[in-house]
Design a protein around this ligand. Structure first.
Ligand SMILES: C[S@@+](CC[C@H](N)C(=O)[O-])C[C@H]1O[C@@H](n2cnc3c(N)ncnc32)[C@H](O)[C@@H]1O
Length: 237
């Protein structure tokens, strides 16, 4: 694994919106990230207390943390990534109105510099499909290591069962080496690394740019055809 591949994309990273089909579904990358942020905030009761430690693993340009903060989340944010260029971008894009830039750490392969059990919440969004298959077990072990017992891990990924997703990924420059994985593979991988309670929701059935259709997305969360999915894992031990 190397960060150099992603350093090339850092300055212009816009969540794959260079793809015209994706642009038809929403006109800003934040609209896509906001679907995940809103889901997470519903699940976590709004994250208003400001006391929880949240790690975004593979944070890229920090968009998920930033959009969570835009929606009122007040966790103590930390991001890590393999790519120094992405971390620099995350620092640059963090708006002053959200206070100090999150702690940002460079990874060595899957490993992060954090103590065991340091985080209450860990998110990993649109990362695993970039991790070579043989290296994914190491990522699952690292996620489990840094999560507290009772902590929650949220794995957001593109859903390979959705044909439009496969079409877009095959035509998006940052995804040139991507290997998509379905929710079952994620659940199996997580179970090998720790003891979790697991459940899965499917997201983004409707274009994220069309606000009044959000209720439809929530009603369909059980159907394994959304453009994204989230595997939610509560660590038992
Ligand atoms: C498509 S971007 C997603 C960034 C961010 N999570 C988001 O949702 O906007 C993929 C990111 O994963 C990072 N990445 C790839 N392999 C990684 C790994 N093994 N560990 C941590 N980050 C990784 C890349 O450097 C890149 O920043």
């Amino acid at each position: 694994m190397s960060g150099a591949e992603f350093d090339r994309h850092a300055a212009t990273y816009d969540g794959g919106l260079d793809n015209p089909v994706k642009r038809m579904m929403g006109d800003s990358a934040d609209q896509f990230i906001a679907v995940k942020a809103r889901w997470l905030l519903r699940r976590e009761g709004g994250l208003r207390a400001g006391t929880l430690d949240l790690l975004d693993y593979g944070c890229g340009a920090g968009d998920l943390m930033r959009v969570l903060a835009d929606h009122g989340a007040q966790a103590s944010f930390t991001g890590c990534d393999l790519s120094q260029g992405m971390l620099a971008e995350a620092a640059k894009r963090w708006p002053e109105r959200h206070g100090p830039v999150p702690a940002l750490a460079l990874q060595q392969d899957a490993r992060t510099p954090f103590a065991d059990g340091r985080f209450d919440i860990v998110t990993i969004s649109a990362v695993l499909h970039h991790v070579p298959i043989v290296e994914r077990a190491g990522v699952y072990r690292e996620l489990a290591r840094v999560l507290k017992p009772g902590g929650r891990l949220y794995v957001f990924e593109h859903n390979p069962r959705n044909p439009l997703v496969r079409y877009v990924i095959a035509r998006t420059p940052i995804d040139e080496n991507a290997i998509l994985l379905d929710a079952r593979e994620v659940r199996d991988g997580l179970r090998q690394a720790a003891h979790y309670d697991l459940d899965t929701d499917y997201l983004m059935f409707m274009p994220p740019g069309i606000g009044f259709l959000r209720g439809v997305d929530q009603a369909l969360a059980w159907l394994p055809l959304g453009a994204q999915y989230v595997v939610a894992a509560r660590k038992i031990r």
